[in-house]
Design a protein around this ligand. Structure first.
Ligand SMILES: C[S@@+](CC[C@H](N)C(=O)[O-])C[C@H]1O[C@@H](n2cnc3c(N)ncnc32)[C@H](O)[C@@H]1O
Length: 283
């Protein structure tokens, strides 16, 4: 190949000013908002992200339920005119103020819950999603117990009067194979909703129920994680019984409510001391 002669200066195209191109800087993901106190931390963050970073002893959580249950929450009744993908006659407008979980989301969440917890994972759910949770945890090699009912008479009243009201939440109770922790209750029965709780996040659970679950599924001094913290009921129960708490919540209003409740749960004048097993049996 012949040697290329460089173009003469007078034949060169006129110099154009090179536009200063801004180097695109990789944006660091913004640090999520956090709140913390003696024995607790709360992060305004998606559960999936939070679970990656915070290992814990046990997860006790109350994620959104299925589309079917959320749909029924609008008025607690069926209409014949409306329908959803889930079946005819169910209201399509959701009344809880946060989205339901799909079976695909449950499947993608289980590995995160499994690897975040060294001990129990206790999940509140409905009859629609229970089999999905069960299947996914089993596939991960965990032991899954028979569904544990939580019955709250009067919880969801079917106003149309055309069938049974829905008063039962189902607990998915699972542990790593090999963990032995004694016999636990086979059911929980709670009184009907306390009207004073109405200001809390919709779907908030009775504190007395969370107190009981925390005591049944952890030991004093353990760290409990609730990645769907809502108004922080699990956290308040954990702190009241000498456990530590880490929670995630994606909704800023719910986060604020949980932060206030968790702050109020710890008396600044009396630092927390882990409650011993003997003291706990007196509670
Ligand atoms: C049933 S409520 C929890 C109520 C809570 N147990 C209480 O007593 O207040 C479910 C919560 O999960 C939150 N949530 C939904 N999707 C989420 C996600 N991807 N990450 C974190 N929180 C989420 C909702 O905003 C809602 O506050």
């Amino acid at each position: 190949m012949g040697k290329k002669t460089p173009p003469r200066a007078d034949t060169l195209p006129p110099k154009t000013k090179k536009k200063a191109t801004k180097k695109k800087r990789k944006r660091k993901p913004a640090e999520p908002k956090r709140a913390s106190g003696d024995g607790w931390e709360l992060v305004l963050q998606d559960a999936w992200d939070g679970l990656r970073e915070y290992p814990c002893d046990h997860v006790i959580c109350d994620p959104p339920f299925s589309e079917r249950t959320h749909a029924g929450q609008k008025h607690g009744r069926r209409t014949e005119s409306e329908g959803t993908t889930d079946g005819p006659g169910l209201l399509s407008e959701h009344g809880l103020g946060y989205p339901h979980l799909t079976p695909e989301q449950v499947a993608s969440l289980c590995p995160f819950l499994h690897s975040a917890s060294t001990g129990w994972v206790v999940v509140m759910t409905d009859h629609v999603l229970f089999p999905i949770w069960e299947r996914e945890f089993r596939e991960l090699g965990r032991y899954v117990f028979a569904p544990v009912p939580v019955v709250i008479p009067g919880m969801n009243v079917r106003l149309a009067g055309d069938g049974p009201s829905n008063w039962t939440i189902w607990l998915v109770v699972t542990r790593p194979k090999g963990l032995k922790d004694g016999t636990k209750p086979g059911a929980y029965l709670r009184p009907a909703e306390d009207p004073r709780r109405s200001k809390l996040v919709k779907g908030a659970k009775p504190l007395s129920l969370m107190d009981q679950l925390v005591r049944d599924y952890s030991q004093p001094g353990d760290t409990i994680c609730d990645p769907f913290a809502g108004s922080g009921t699990t956290g308040v129960a954990a702190l009241r019984s000498g456990r530590e708490f880490v929670g995630f919540e994606i909704n800023p209003e719910h986060f604020k409510q949980a932060e206030e409740r968790l702050t109020a749960a710890v008396d600044p004048l009396f630092p927390r001391h882990p409650i011993t097993g003997a003291q706990e049996s007196l509670l």
